[in-house]
Design a protein around this ligand. Structure first.
Ligand code: NAD
Length: 284
């Protein structure tokens, strides 16, 4: 990978850029301004979800940009309270409407369980996945995937599906690299995207960060994002300023050594969001 436009090929042949822009809270000012800046900064792969409330603003920004729809890679997700066969169909239609488009490049199930301890999650996931398969077969989406699914959740899909998931989105950054889940995905040809790839800055004060940012003469954000890229994980950073957006794309003029990659992969847990699909959220 040499630029943010270089792509991985998903198992169905669809090309997916190696770096995305995450839109959670990117329209906190209730406008498309920040997302327009992200388009100007060069991002073309945008990650959104019905839950974020940013689909409308992303759709507006794309309309205003004058850049053809096919140059974008648009990914969205069905939320916890939209799961199940009929609801997912309706949720997808609403996402398309808000995004002002007639297809998505990637559609995902946002979480495997609506709430921790939900008894019937296996059936609910299978019913929801069935809709994604239908959307894929009718060419409304170019690829289908999962988000926050751990290996035991993915196994349930694999045992009950016609079309295997092409992607999985996980919290992923130094200090919370979910090695077991990422390894499982690699073995099953499921491309991982890393959410909160900067850990929202929570690990930036770690001594290993101070050492490595000085060694490579890069920022803590670049260290995190390059870490993802070198592990074949697609980072989805969110930022609000042009300066940081550019910084977050400047990832290809340096390389983290194998030894330092191991140190980042094995550092003590740091920066975890507190979210886990099978547990109540932990607040720090
Ligand atoms: P992130 O790790 O991308 O951190 C974002 C914060 O880091 C920003 O608010 C900004 O203040 C700061 N930042 C950005 N660039 C910086 C830089 N160069 N230097 C210093 N600070 C910088 O966190 P996030 O927004 O939680 O995650 C990114 C995206 O991941 C979201 O926008 C969303 O698309 C996705 N996401 C998905 C899920 C999921 O359940 N699938 C959950 C959370 C987030």
């Amino acid at each position: 990978m040499n630029t943010i436009y270089d792509c991985y090929t998903l198992r169905n042949g669809v090309e997916i850029p190696c770096v995305a822009y995450g839109t959670y809270k990117a329209a906190a000012d209730e406008s498309s301004r920040v997302i327009q800046t992200a388009i100007e900064a060069g991002y073309r792969y945008f990650d959104t979800a019905s839950f974020y409330g940013t689909e409308q603003y992303l759709g507006d920004a794309i309309q205003k940009s004058g850049v053809p729809r096919k140059e974008y890679f648009l990914a969205s997700k069905v939320w916890k309270d939209e799961m199940g066969y009929e609801r997912t169909k309706a949720a997808f239609a609403q996402s398309l409407e808000r995004l002002q488009t007639d297809y998505l490049d990637l559609y995902m199930i946002h979480w495997p369980l609506p709430t921790p301890g939900y008894m019937d999650w296996k059936q609910l996931d299978v019913d929801t996945w069935r809709v994604l398969e239908e959307l894929y077969q009718s060419k409304k989406v170019r690829a289908i995937g999962l988000s926050n699914f751990l290996p035991h959740h993915i196994e349930n899909i694999l045992q009950n599906c016609d079309i295997e998931p092409m992607t999985n989105q996980l919290e992923y950054h130094p200090g919370y690299a979910q090695e077991a889940a990422v390894q499982y995905c690699k073995e099953h040809d499921i491309r991982v995207q890393g959410w909160s790839p900067l850990g929202r800055g929570r690990m930036f004060g770690d001594p290993l960060f101070s050492e490595l940012t000085e060694k490579y003469r890069i920022s803590p954000a670049q260290l995190c994002l390059r870490f993802a890229v070198q592990n074949g994980v697609i980072p989805l950073p969110k930022s609000s300023t042009m300066e940081r957006m550019k910084e977050n794309q400047d990832l290809f003029s340096f390389e983290i050594s194998e030894e330092d990659m191991y140190r980042l992969r094995t550092m003590p847990q740091a920066g975890w969001s507190g979210e886990h699909p099978d547990r109540e959220r932990v607040y720090f």
